[in-house]
Design a protein around this ligand. Structure first.
Ligand code: OOB
Length: 526
């Protein structure tokens, strides 16, 4: 299956310099399981299951055979909606083994998102447990399957064993081809699918391991939803598995649950978004009986970590903080573990690879050499296009990815994230596309027009404010009414508006477009 290719000259360079190694994710698991020093070590642990590398490989082989038996084939897309459980790892590697392509849905996605993703990907199957908490995910998957004709199978992620069959041989995947599809944090309502190859993604994992000090003794806790790029590969669960370390998983990120797993598995490292980092920090500052002494590194990323919080995390949790600024499209920046304190607490680090190229541009695309600018990038693990070529405007004419982030470069070459264009709200790491929410709000009969902007929030960093023009003067839409409406339209809970403001007309820019900037200023004033 083809991905938008890197220019030949770059691809040759990445290959000859050994960044792209010609290794697949299935090669990786097979060789760990075959290595007598690694085979018996714990690969994966959750609250009910513990698997050694050999056992994981056996489960993967039997499930892979079962999936082939269902008729799922190479290059076919399979939408996953699996929480942080050992089953997730088994399913992903079984799909890798047969060369089918996982599409990384999140447990919080609801009908509208799942239909959009399944449809755009042409998914042939959905894998989800029957329930996650109070939600009937099997019923949800059935609704999606009824609306998306390509979906032929719904597979129960909590009953994988019913599919197990005797292992069979599989053709090896081409490392330069697509391994899976990630989802973009997105500034549009249409789901953008991010094709990542074995070569490019494995390079990012291996390089992340080097600079995050991940070894066979690392126990990485997936605290954030594991399908997300950050806990998946920065260095995440794939990093830990690559070196024969241990992946621990927790379904709840709150201290009272997650810290039980820290104690039980002897967790050394995890990644958090800023609101969770605040919760962990404040809980630890207040005093805890949990033994967190095995924790060495806590990463924070996904959204801007306030400097004030960054200064408290290390002392409170007894760890080294690492800031991570990354994106599912590729580029990931890290502060280094031995950076000076002020770099760790006040910057978002620098690119992981010397082959990452960065430039800052202004609104017209002109290069900016001083101060802040929009970040654009190309490199050995940054995509050149979305799958099925959606949103060509996200790429500059020469193929560089336009991150949309406004950043500043310090003299030492570290990045400080200053914000981004007005089309997306970053709600503590969970991104809300203004366009997607506006579209849903416009469908409500009491709404004539709607514009969604970010409002500053101490806990989440940003929250979602919907400015609406009422359709009828005597029935202005209210927050509870619009939240209920958006929830029922099938969007994930994190996308519901936090604030609704009814306004008579939107302020305009000089050219007659709605000025989001002016709306944000209005919000800041009151
Ligand atoms: C990560 O990936 P996505 O794809 O959910 O979101 C990417 C966007 C970035 O473009 C930026 O706007 C924001 O999230 N972001 C940050 C940040 N980390 C991500 N903004 C400020 N400070 C940070 N530290 O969020 C992601 C992917 C891999 C590793 C880490 C995060």
């Amino acid at each position: 299956m083809k991905v938008a290719p890197w220019p030949k000259e770059l691809a040759d360079r990445y290959r000859t310099s050994g960044l792209w190694r010609g290794e697949t994710f299935d090669d990786m698991l097979r060789s760990r399981a075959a290595d007598p020093r690694v085979a018996a070590r714990i690969a994966v642990i959750d609250t009910t299951t513990t698997l050694s590398y050999r056992e994981l490989d056996e489960h993967v082989g039997r499930l892979a055979a079962g999936l082939v038996g269902l008729g799922i084939g190479r290059d076919e897309r399979v939408l996953l909606q699996i929480p942080n459980r050992a089953d997730y790892v088994i399913v992903v590697f079984a799909l890798f083994r047969i060369g089918a392509l996982p599409v990384f849905g999140l447990p919080a996605h609801r009908e509208t998102e799942l239909v959009g993703i399944a449809d755009a990907a042409g998914a042939v199957a959905i894998v989800t447990p029957r329930r996650i908490g109070a939600v009937d995910h099997h019923a949800l998957a059935e609704t999606v399957a009824a609306r998306v004709p390509s979906v032929r199978h719904i597979i129960a992620a909590d009953d994988l064993a019913s599919l197990y069959a005797d292992p069979v041989d599989h053709d090896r995947s081409d490392p330069s081809e697509m391994a899976f599809l990630q989802l973009s944090g997105g500034s549009t309502g249409i789901p953008k699918l991010i094709p990542r190859t074995h070569d490019d993604y494995l390079y990012s994992v291996i390089r992340s391991n080097e600079l995050c000090g991940v070894t066979a003794d690392t126990v990485y806790l997936a605290t954030l939803p594991v399908a997300h790029n950050f806990p998946m590969s920065s260095p995440g669960i794939l990093g830990a598995l690559y070196v024969g370390g241990t992946v621990a998983l927790t379904e709840s990120p709150t201290p009272s649950v997650a810290w039980q797993m820290v104690e039980r598995a002897g967790v050394t490292m995890t990644g958090l978004v800023p609101p969770l980092a605040r919760l962990w920090t404040e809980t630890a500052e207040a005093g805890t009986d949990f033994d967190l002494s095995t924790l060495r590194t806590v990463q924070v990323g996904g959204a801007r970590c306030p400097d004030e919080l960054a200064r408290r995390i290390g002392p409170a949790l007894g760890v080294t903080l690492q800031q991570v600024f990354g994106m599912a499209e590729g580029l990931v920046c890290y502060t280094r573990l031995d950076d000076p304190e002020d770099v760790i607490t006040a910057t978002q680090g620098r690119p992981m690879s010397e082959a990452d190229e960065l430039r800052l541009v202004d609104e017209d695309g002109e290069i900016v050499t001083e101060g802040t600018g929009f970040l654009e990038t190309q490199g050995p693990y940054t995509i050149r296009g979305y799958w099925a070529d959606r949103s060509p405007e996200s790429f500059a004419p020469d193929g560089w990815y336009r991150t949309g982030d406004v950043v500043e470069l310090t003299p030492e070459g570290n990045l400080v994230v200053r914000g981004r264009g007005g089309d997306r709200v970053n709600r503590g790491g969970e991104k809300v596309s203004a366009e997607e929410l506006e579209e849903q709000l416009l469908a409500h009969p009491a709404v004539r027009d709607a514009i969604v902007v970010a409002v500053a929030d101490k806990f989440l960093g940003e929250r979602t404010c919907a400015y609406v023009i009422a359709a009828l003067d005597d029935e202005p839409p209210t927050l509870p009414v619009l939240r209920k409406f958006v929830r029922e339209s099938g969007l994930a809970e994190w996308k519901l508006p936090d604030v609704v403001k009814v306004i008579e007309q939107f302020p305009e820019t000089g050219v007659g477009k709605v000025s989001r900037k002016r709306l944000r200023e209005l919000l800041a004033q009151n």
